[in-house]
Write a protein of this length. Structure first.
Length: 166
């Protein structure tokens, strides 16, 4: 019985760690298969210890990730524009996504920085706070966990049409 309880706690811990992870979505723009690293619009993904799956949820070798693949990467930001992947999913293309904690904010410039990734916030972007309430950029603060959706418009730069506080 003790082993079952311990196993359940370990599973809950692992699942909650993945669910609360930082996240990035986009197309692969550079690959280094020997180091098991790749980039999504200038953001370096360290994938050596990651679990990867293809579109049908079958295991995918990290060395089979190619230029142009659209990926959803969950992990933890470890430095400026760098994330250590825990789980990688190859998916059908969608918009770009960056999920993480705000490390810097410039309301006058309409930009947010998440671990070295510049998020340019469009003037007509939907900015959402708790309870799905629209709020101005001035109410966002360093340390807030946010999800930004938009298009990759440069090296480590996403132009967001929606920013949501998690």
């Amino acid at each position: 019985m003790k082993r079952i309880v311990t196993l359940v706690f370990v599973l809950v811990f692992v699942i909650s760690g993945i669910c609360l992870a930082d996240e990035i979505k986009g197309k692969v723009s550079a690959v280094d298969k020997t180091k098991k690293m790749f980039q999504i619009s200038g953001v370096t993904i360290q994938a050596a210890d990651a679990w990867a799956e293809n579109e049908q949820d079958y295991p995918l070798a990290v060395t089979n990730i190619s230029l142009g693949d659209y990926l959803e990467v969950k992990g933890k930001f470890t430095g400026s524009s760098e994330i250590k992947a825990v789980k990688i999913d190859r998916k059908k293309p969608e918009c770009g996504v960056v999920k993480g904690k705000i490390t810097s904010i410039g309301a006058k410039k309409s930009e947010i920085i998440i671990s070295g990734i510049k998020i340019k916030v469009l003037a007509d972007a939907w900015l959402e706070g708790p309870n799905h309430v629209k709020i101005p950029l001035e109410l966002f603060a360093v340390g807030y966990s946010v999800e930004c959706r938009g298009d990759w418009t440069g090296i480590s730069e996403l132009t967001a049409f929606k920013v949501t506080v998690d």
